[in-house]
Design a protein. Structure first.
Length: 131
């Protein structure tokens, strides 16, 4: 069989960030926190020039996807680009979530057309109906 040995070394946040930036690690457990409730802002952290890109991830495809999430697109187009960008992060194994928090919106039977554009924001009721 295959044997793998790891040395676990707890680090303070500054040391961990320095080691990740200088690529002095095999596996790093780092805390990534959204700086706003916007999924566009969160995913934007991981663009080549993103402020939260502690992994130094660089991808023209990802940058392109995140570059076309502006206000000229419909909400569904923005959501589609974000979903594709998120999948690209997973496919490239930039990071793998270990713990996460989620927000949910509950709809009664017969209610349709209500959605939350971004996690944690007020739901959009325009076009909502109840049958």
């Amino acid at each position: 069989g295959v044997h793998v040995n790891f040395v676990l070394e707890p680090l303070d946040e500054i040391t961990l960030e320095r080691r990740v930036k200088s690529k002095e690690y095999d596996i790093a457990f780092a805390k990534i926190t959204a700086e706003s409730e916007s999924v566009v802002s969160f995913l934007g952290m991981f663009t080549s020039e993103g402020t939260g890109n502690i992994f130094d991830f660089k991808s023209k495809k990802y940058d392109s996807l995140m570059g076309i999430t502006d206000e000229t697109l419909s909400q569904s187009e923005i959501l589609s680009n974000c979903a594709e960008a998120e999948q690209h992060l997973a496919d490239m194994s930039v990071f793998l979530p270990v713990f996460s928090e989620e927000s949910f919106i509950g709809l009664a039977d017969g209610v349709d057309g209500i959605y939350a554009v971004e996690a944690g924001t007020v739901p959009v009721f325009c076009g909502g109906t109840r049958k």
